[in-house]
Design a protein around this ligand. Structure first.
Ligand SMILES: *Cc1c(COP(=O)(O)O)cnc(C)c1O
Length: 405
């Protein structure tokens, strides 16, 4: 957690609708990092990291999709991956130290982090992923890059990858031998840039002259994205409520109903980036609201949907409006729709990935050919996969890393 969160003056929010996404990102970054990075350097860093747009699409009366998938890997985690890479490179400066970034992934995080750090001097990234358990397109996005990116193909499941990473951080001998850091959303530098999206949501809705109370629906797994929204609210952003949209992995949903938090193992769904049974950012949410169940359940409304409901939402949304949402975005759309049936507000749902990233699932719902694969994504398919095979035994991983020094 940052030691303090500085709110913006009210004047800033009046000006916000006039600012484009990049300038909003810079203003928010200054609020967080302005004391540590001089203005000119920070501007350079933000404009390099946030080199893509974040447009809003009106889907139907009073409901908008905020598209967070226009970055290089077509998923919302790009903003954090790119920003963290540049911030780390900035602080390394011209030192000859190498920082080794370890990241465990079930798919999307690995590609966003690897592409964000690709070619950044002084940094080497090890992406650990479960062999055979990520989609072809996801695997291609981090195993074909080469250069300072090494894909480690672990003979195990995602939890094994996460365990190997955590064990490495706790190993004295390894830490003595090399500088290690994490690029999962436990890392503040990776998750804070996601606040940019929320300020942009507000700006784009107000820019359209819509003055209603604003509710934002967030498809949630590890809760890094929603936590970033809560940070934005703490900085004064006028969001009246957040909706935590879950798939069958519903520990936070249950907490919001009952006040009891019981993490469990994850369940596989068609919105697989949200298949998390013990979300690591839940502790941050509690901390932000002084562990008050009353305060947390006042600002966050919970909703959860089965795979069948998510499929039906994708189909209906497409049929009724022509908008194609991926399974994650559709979960958020279902939640905002249900919420607006009972409350008067303007709704924004976060569309967190391009539907082409889940092509097989999408084709099965909206029919082959409805989703077109963007050139950016196609380009990855041509590369050659290169990986380091690894057992799930920590001793093997440790020996491998020590040989790299
Ligand atoms: C990571 C991810 C999510 C969940 O975000 P959290 O910050 O883990 O809650 C939702 N949708 C997509 C497409 C993702 O990649």
């Amino acid at each position: 957690m940052p030691r303090s969160i500085r709110p913006f003056a009210a004047e800033f929010f009046r000006r916000l609708p006039e600012l484009p996404f990049q300038q909003i990102a810079l203003a928010v970054a200054q609020q967080f990092f302005g004391d540590d990075v001089p203005a000119a350097d920070l501007e350079h860093l933000v404009y390099e990291a946030v080199n893509f747009d974040c447009p809003i699409a009106p889907v139907r009366n009073g409901v908008y999709a905020l598209e967070l998938f226009h970055g290089p890997t077509l998923a919302f985690k790009d903003v954090g991956g790119r920003f963290m890479a540049r911030l780390l490179a900035y602080f390394l400066g011209h030192s000859d130290r190498t920082v080794n970034v370890l990241v465990a992934t079930s798919g999307d995080t690995g590609s966003a982090v690897a592409n964000g750090f690709l070619g950044v001097p002084g940094i080497h990234v090890y992406v650990l992923y479960p062999k055979g358990l990520v989609s072809d397109i996801q695997e291609k996005q981090f195993t074909t890059l080469g250069r300072n990116i090494t894909a480690v193909e672990v003979d195990g499941v995602f939890d094994d990858c996460q365990r190997l990473v955590k064990a490495a951080f706790l190993d004295g001998e390894l830490r003595e031998a090399m500088t290690l850091t994490s690029a999962n959303s436990i890392n503040v530098a990776r998750f804070l840039p996601q606040t940019f999206y929320y300020f942009n949501a507000y700006a784009r809705v107000r820019e359209r002259g819509d003055e209603n109370a604003l509710v934002i629906s967030v498809p949630s797994g590890n809760f890094g994205n929603l936590t970033a929204g809560l940070f934005a609210a703490k900085m004064g952003l006028p969001i009246s409520r957040f909706i935590a949209a879950n798939n069958a992995n519903d520990v936070v949903y249950k907490y919001l109903q009952t006040g009891i938090y019981e993490p469990c193992s994850s369940i596989a769904t068609i919105a697989n980036a949200m298949d998390v049974g013990a979300p690591s950012n839940f502790a941050r949410i509690l901390e932000l609201y002084d562990h008050s169940y009353k305060a947390v359940s006042a600002i966050i409304h919970g909703a959860r949907y089965s795979d069948a409901q998510i499929r039906e939402t994708v189909r209906q949304l497409y049929e009724q409006t022509g908008y194609i949402a991926d399974p994650h975005g559709a979960t958020a759309y279902a939640a905002i729709t249900d919420y607006l049936n009972a409350h008067k507000a303007t709704g924004v749902f976060l569309e967190t990935a391009h539907p082409a990233k889940f092509l097989e699932t999408m084709d099965g719902i909206v029919g082959k050919g409805a989703v077109t694969v963007p050139e950016k994504l196609r380009a990855f398919m041509n590369g050659e996969k290169r990986t380091v095979p690894m057992s799930r035994d920590f001793a093997d991983f440790k020996t491998y890393l020590l040989n790299k020094v």
